[in-house]
Ligand binder design. Structure first.
Ligand SMILES: Nc1ncnc2c1ncn2[C@@H]1O[C@H](COP(=O)(O)OP(=O)(O)O)[C@@H](O)[C@H]1O
Ligand SMILES: [Mg+2]
Length: 316
């Protein structure tokens, strides 16, 4: 637990425990949630990489088989491929199955991601050098890719025993895109790999939002300089957001649900300003997530934060 704040770890573990306590989860409600996240992740993951389809168009392309006028064929095919890749992840993790990470598994996922748009390079490492648009980091020489990928597999099998799974998933994501083993599709494949690790531990799909692209690139760049905390925290927040969605939807109505509200509305009933709550949210100190452009949290969450501050003071 080197890169993740203990408070945030406790919160994620507690929420996962609460979700697990609701098992067996109601089938149709879970199916709906899964479908929602699957479309949302397909939209966001592709949009981060320049795909022009909107969330709604992605839904129509996947579920109705529609073609959107004026949008490139490639964007349609990418949506379908990403959706298929998620089917593969669900297959891999159904009934609590565990998979050993291997280069084969990584190449399988990459094969699906590029199967309709770049068959020649689907599932094949690059054989020349690349740059990452919008990033300072230059990925290693193509000749080194196979050995670096072997190292990554070894690293995973070693670290998974003593690292928190969210930390492991985030670091695998970064290490993978840092190597950038393929000509294209590295971002999408890495976000799927990260989710495979999370799903095997029982977490729902977590989504890096298109809206957060700037921050995502910024924290990746910090991780390139071995400053991993901001990136790991960023990923942990996406995990918490999906957990919150699951808990909000699946907790039976006879149990008390907490109401998520915008920070400005919450602040009125607390000793804090909306600005300060925003800082705490971004730092992962307060249970909060973004809905659209706004951070939201609950009154109970602010009280839990205040309690934890009290306890910390008692210790000091
Ligand atoms: N500074 C960085 N260091 C490492 N990886 C980065 C950095 N900036 C961006 N990336 C990763 O590179 C990905 C883009 O690579 P690319 O192969 O084009 O993936 P895709 O085709 O799926 O978009 C981004 O999604 C991101 O994960
Ligand atoms: Mg790309």
């Amino acid at each position: 637990m080197k890169y993740l704040d203990q408070n945030l770890i406790n919160r994620l573990d507690e929420k996962l425990t609460r979700l697990n306590a609701l098992r067996p989860l109601p089938k149709s409600a879970v199916e709906k949630l899964r479908e929602q996240l699957r479309i949302e992740m397909t939209y966001n993951s592709n949009a981060i990489e320049g795909n022009s389809l909107t969330l709604k168009e992605t839904f129509l392309v996947i579920n109705e088989g529609l073609t959107v006028k004026g949008k490139p064929l490639k964007d349609h095919l990418e949506a379908k491929d990403h959706y298929s890749a998620l089917s593969y992840l669900y297959e891999l993790t159904e009934d609590g199955k565990k998979n050993t990470f291997s280069e084969y598994l990584i190449k399988q996922i990459h094969t699906i991601i590029l199967q309709e748009t770049d068959k020649d390079w689907a599932g094949r490492y690059r054989n020349s050098n690349v740059i990452i648009g919008g990033a300072d980091h230059t990925p290693p020489d193509a000749l080194e890719v196979p050995i670096l990928m072997q190292d990554l597999i070894t690293w995973i099998s070693k670290e998974k025993r003593h690292m928190h799974v969210v930390e492991l998933a985030a670091l695998v994501h970064h290490k993978f895109v840092h190597i950038h083993p393929f000509f294209d599709g590295n971002g999408r494949t890495s976000r799927l790999l990260m989710n495979l690790i999370l799903m095997q531990a029982g977490f729902p799909l977590s989504i890096v939002l298109k809206n957060d692209r700037k921050k995502y690139y910024r924290v990746l760049a910090q991780a390139d300089k071995e400053k991993y905390e901001p990136f790991v925290r960023f990923i942990a927040q996406t995990v918490e957001c999906s957990l919150d969605l699951y808990l909000k939807t699946l907790t039976p109505t006879n149990k008390k649900r907490e109401k998520y509200m915008k920070l400005a509305d919450i602040a009125k009933d607390t000793p804090y300003s909306a600005k300060y709550l925003n800082l705490l949210s971004r730092q992962g100190k307060l249970e909060a997530h973004k809905e659209g452009r706004d951070w939201v949290t609950t009154k109970e969450a602010v009280h839990r934060y205040m309690d934890s501050r009290e306890r910390q003071r008692d210790v000091e």
